[in-house]
Each structure stands twice: as structure tokens, then as C-alpha cells.
Write a protein that binds this ligand. Structure first.
Ligand code: NAD
Ligand code: UDP
Length: 338
């Protein structure tokens, strides 16, 4: 922070991946709070429509840039979200995915070090792989196949966590690491291939709902508003940067909704909520698809006073309304894998 704004609660905040599903909601909240927000994105898996409503705001700007390349900006806080997140997107160009996680983290951490900014990493439940411990606490070290099709993402995110902690220990960069579990809501890309967007799009179009495997694999779904609240709470935990004890808790912390559903239950619920006549068809289970996933959020509750508030049926209702409101034809599928 410069001397001029050292005592101001208004911060210059960079959100990498800010035009994406989670990033755009985060930008909304930060702009609302009055911060000076820079959204940096190469629009690989997103589109300007997610942020178009912010473009005229004096405290918002958009920079089209790829995080694998250096960039010189002056900021007080960085939320590092840039990375394709849906399996079809991150497997489209796996080497680029690894570069985005690793070089992106290095570039953003370098900026945080130079600006003395606090930086938060959007890590993932995928660092736990196909977990043998259930639910997953942060102390669990995971079971990731390092050479499988999901490894570019899982290992990329694990390497990014390593970089964050090494910059913290070696360079005293003020870090925060959040492990995000499956999150859903308005502005999910309709062709991202993720289960919630796929099932809703298929149900609304009256197409067959593609249930992979026997549908007994589970996930725990967090509504986007709850998630964004968790990210901001984690960024601010401990108080202003540089004050004594402010970096006593840097994470990693799980942010997710612990209520677990099988994919068969999710398909049934979406058919019911949309009133769809779609049939459920079974397709092969993708390689290395985790069998189960549920966050242990004891730490988030204790350290951040955070817990989710939006129940699945309510959140799905809001997501279905969003999908009904958009013209699917205006969305470009970022990759052929949907
Ligand atoms: P998303 O694909 O909608 O958003 C990612 C954004 O990053 C997109 O706007 C994309 O264009 C941008 N991006 C990708 N590569 C880039 C690059 N090289 N340079 C600049 N921008 C780039 O996905 P999301 O669901 O909003 O995920 C955001 C972050 O949260 C990701 O880091 C993801 O790994 C993490 N996360 C999300 C979930 C979830 O369930 N949504 C779960 C765990 C972790
Ligand atoms: N899935 C499914 N049908 C689909 C898309 C996904 O049954 O059309 C399953 C997928 O195999 C996985 C779960 O839903 O078990 C969640 O998949 P998603 O890609 O949303 O996220 P992730 O596997 O990364 O948690």
C-alpha cells in the first residue's frame, strides 16, 4: 500500500480470472464494496457478458491478458482465480492448464511480492484426488494420480499451493489459500460440461440427461454467493496486512457445502425442479472420476465464522432461472469437449 491509501479501506484489488463464473461474482461484490477492481482475464472459458454490467462503473476495469505472461500493475490485493476449472476445459490443452496454474501463480506471486500485496489462491478439492478419507479435512494429503487425465489440473493446483507457501516462508508474502469444493450458480458456462450446467441445459432442452457411471458417485455443491462470501472472509482474516498476527492463519481452508448428493439424486432433483420430461441415460464414467467428495468445514467455521446458507434446491432454482434467461446460441463452446 502506498502512503496515500495506507489508512483507506478502499483497496486496489486484482481478480485474475475475473470474467469467469466465480470471478465475475467476486468482482460484483468487490465493486459493490467500493474497491478499485481490476479484472484480468484472457476469456478462454468465459465471455464479456459476465462483466458487461460492470464496464461502465468508475471503480472497475477489464484487462485482457494471459496470466502465463508477466504483467506490471500496482495493487493491494490479488485473488488468483485464472484457470480453466471444468474437466472438459482443463483437459482440452493440459499443458496450457499446467502452465496457467504454475506460471500464473509465479507471475501473480511476483506481483504480490513487488507490491507487498496480499494474495489469495483459488485452490481446489481436486488436491485431494480420489479421497480415501471422508469427509476431507485440510490435513488430508490426498490421493492424486500424477499421470492421469485430471493431473494437469490437480497437480497444477498442488504445485501452485507449494509456490504460495514457499513465497510465504521465503519472501514473507501475505498469502491465503482456499480449497474450493464444487460450486454452482448463475453464469456457469452452459457448455462447460460440468454436471450442474449439463443437467440443467439438458433438462430445459428436453434432451437426455447424461449420468456418468451408475450415478452413485457423490459431490457436495456450494452456491456461488456462499463461496464468494468465504473467499472475501479468508482474504480479510487476521485484519490488515502488516499488523501483528495478521498472517497467523493463511490456510489452506476448505470452502464448500458439506451436504453430499449422489449424481443420480442430483439428476432426479433437476428433472423435478425443471418439470422436464427428459430421460436419464447412463454414459461411461470418465477415468479417475473421484468416487466421493465432501468438505470438512470445521476450520472455516472456527477461523472465519463461515458456513454455507443456501440449500441445494434453492440454489438450483436460481441457477435454472438464469439458464432460462439466457440465449444459449450466443454462447461459444470454448472447447469441443462438452
Ligand atoms: P471459469 O472457467 O468460469 O473461470 C476461470 C477464468 O479464468 C475464465 O474466465 C478464464 O477465461 C480465465 N482463464 C483461464 N486461463 C487463463 C489464463 N491463462 N490467463 C488469464 N485468464 C485465464 O471457472 P470458475 O469455476 O469460475 O473457477 C475459477 C477458479 O476457481 C479456478 O481457478 C478454479 O480452479 C477454481 N475452482 C472452481 C471450482 C468450481 O466448482 N467452480 C472448484 C474448485 C476450484
Ligand atoms: N457427471 C455426470 N454427467 C455429466 C457431467 C458430469 O454424471 O453430464 C458426473 C461426473 O462424472 C462427476 C460429477 O458428475 O462424477 C461431477 O462432475 P463435474 O465435471 O461437474 O465436476 P468434478 O468431477 O470436477 O467434481
Amino acid at each position: 500500500m502506498t502512503a496515500a491509501n495506507a489508512h483507506s479501506s478502499v483497496k486496489r484489488v486484482l481478480v485474475s480470472g475475473g470474467a469467469g463464473f466465480l470471478g465475475s461474482h467476486l468482482c460484483d461484490r468487490l465493486v459493490e464494496q467500493g474497491h478499485d477492481v481490476i479484472c484480468l482475464d484472457n476469456l478462454f472459458t468465459s465471455q464479456k457478458s459476465n462483466i458487461v454490467h460492470l464496464l461502465g462503473r468508475p471503480n472497475f476495469e477489464f484487462v485482457r491478458h494471459d496470466v502465463t505472461r508477466e504483467i506490471w500493475l500496482e495493487v493491494d490485493e490479488i485473488y488468483n482465480l485464472a484457470c480453466p476449472a471444468a474437466p472438459g476445459h482443463y483437459q482440452y490443452n493440459p499443458i496450457k492448464t499446467m502452465k496457467t496454474s504454475v506460471l500464473g501463480a509465479i507471475n501473480m506471486l511476483g506481483m504480490a511480492k513487488r507490491c507487498r500485496a496480499r494474495i489469495l489462491q483459488a485452490s481446489t478439492s481436486e488436491v485431494y484426488g480420489d479421497p480415501e478419507v471422508h469427509p476431507q479435512p485440510e490435513s488430508y494429503r490426498g490421493s492424486v494420480n500424477p499421470i492421469g487425465p485430471r493431473a494437469c489440473y490437480d497437480e497444477g493446483k498442488r504445485a501452485a499451493e507449494t509456490l504460495f507457501f514457499d513465497y510465504y516462508r521465503s519472501n514473507r508474502v501475505s498469502i491465503r489459500v482456499v480449497r474450493i469444493f464444487n460450486t454452482y450458480g448463475p453464469r456457469m458456462h452452459p457448455y462447460d460440461g460440468r454436471v450442474v450446467s449439463n443437467f440443467i441445459r439438458q433438462a430445459l432442452a428436453g434432451e437426455a440427461i447424461t449420468l456418468f457411471g451408475d450415478g452413485s458417485q457423490s459431490r457436495s455443491f456450494c452456491f456461488v454467493d456462499d463461496l464468494v462470501r468465504g473467499l472475501i472472509a479468508m482474504m480479510n482474516v487476521g485484519g490488515p496486512k502488516g499488523t501483528p498476527g495478521s498472517d497467523d492463519f493463511v490456510g489452506p481452508v476448505n470452502i464448500g457445502n458439506p451436504t453430499e448428493y449422489t449424481m443420480a439424486q442430483l439428476a432426479q432433483t433437476i428433472v423435478e425442479l425443471t418439470g422436464s420430461k427428459s430421460k436419464i441415460v447412463h454414459k461411461p464414467l470418465p477415468a479417475d472420476d473421484p468416487r466421493q467428495r465432501q468438505p470438512d468445514i470445521t476450520l472455516a467455521r472456527a477461523k472465519l465464522g463461515w458456513q454455507p446458507t443456501v440449500e441445494l434446491r434453492e440454489g438450483l432454482g436460481r441457477t435454472i432461472d438464469y439458464f432460462k434467461s439466457i440465449d444459449m446460441a450466443t454462447f461459444r463452446a470454448p472447447t469441443p469437449n462438452f
